[in-house]
Design a binder for this molecule. Structure first.
Ligand code: A2H
Length: 256
């Protein structure tokens, strides 16, 4: 593993409304001009599923950094990932990640962000405890139709909203068919969660199996069921959707 490079697509999800706590923290810091855009930056390996994004996950326990890209644009991600980005030409000065403030994931819950490809347009930020600080940007797009982790967490949050300190209305329950497969239909994650009898986001071993099955089936047997590439095999559509997101400026490549 050590020498392999993982290449993610980092999506730019512009914040359109901050939660009360985030608003307070940001205005009292005085570090972000009111006319600037802040983008939350999820890292994904499945750009072809982004039509089906329903929420955005952060970890309540992680402290995120907000980094200055220009006078009018800031990125929110873990400091670890921003240090990597600094060596990949993402920030103006090579090798430096200009952090203007830190904010806890728990303060971001209930904020609303734009989603470049999703049919929804905007989605709510929700908690996911299983996000690792040591991987990606610490921000994850939720695509419950195609990701077993995302589906399990979505179910958990809609059952236990009060426990997680969220408004149940923030949890988006309408999923779109994004990828069609002969074996599991077009709702591959819910089908696998049911088949493997997964009851909670903590069923780590079964979720691992579900993830592997979902990935292989989707990639090798899947056909796009949504968007401009509907009817095209996933293998063909995936690089084209990725390129579209890069060309539109809604995403950039992030490696680690
Ligand atoms: B994927 P790998 Cl539809 N902690 O994006 C936990 N999970 C993380 C993460 C972190 N810090 N950073 C990224 N991820 C998730 C879409 C997706 C993903 C689908 C299906 C499967 C899937 C929508 N969520 O991943 O360990 C992100 O979720 C299955 C593994 O670096 C990212 O892609 O291989 C993937 O895990 C990166 O995992």
């Amino acid at each position: 593993e050590g020498v392999l490079v993982q290449e993610y697509l980092a999506l730019k999800c512009k914040v359109v409304r901050w939660s009360e706590r985030a608003k307070e923290a940001i205005s009292s810091s005085g570090k972000i001009p009111t006319d600037a855009d802040v983008f939350m930056i999820p890292a994904t390996l499945r750009p072809e599923t982004m039509y089906g994004q329903t929420n955005l996950f952060v970890s309540p326990g992680i402290s995120y950094g907000i980094f200055k890209v220009s006078d009018t644009a800031f990125y929110l991600a873990t400091s670890r990932s921003a240090r990597n980005m600094a060596f990949q030409g993402i920030f103006p000065e090579w090798g430096s990640a200009p952090k203007v403030m830190e904010i806890r994931g728990s303060d971001l819950l209930g904020s609303v962000v734009q989603t470049p490809l999703s049919a929804k347009g905007t989605v709510y930020v929700l908690p996911m405890d299983t996000i690792k600080e040591t991987k990606g940007t610490g921000v994850v797009t939720s695509v419950p139709s195609d990701s077993p982790d995302d589906y399990a967490m979505t179910l958990e949050l809609s059952k236990k909203a009060a426990f997680y300190g969220i408004d149940p209305q923030w949890v988006c329950r309408d999923m779109l068919p994004i990828i069609d497969t002969p074996e599991y239909g077009s709702m591959i994650a819910p089908a696998l969660i049911k088949k493997l009898k997964i009851n909670s986001p903590k069923d780590e071993r079964q979720l691992q199996e579900a993830k592997e099955l979902a990935y292989k089936t989707g990639f090798y047997q899947g056909t796009m069921a949504h968007g401009p590439f509907a009817g095209t095999p996933v293998q063909e559509a995936k690089p084209r959707i990725r390129q579209q997101l890069l060309d539109s400026g809604d995403a950039f490549v992030y490696c680690e």
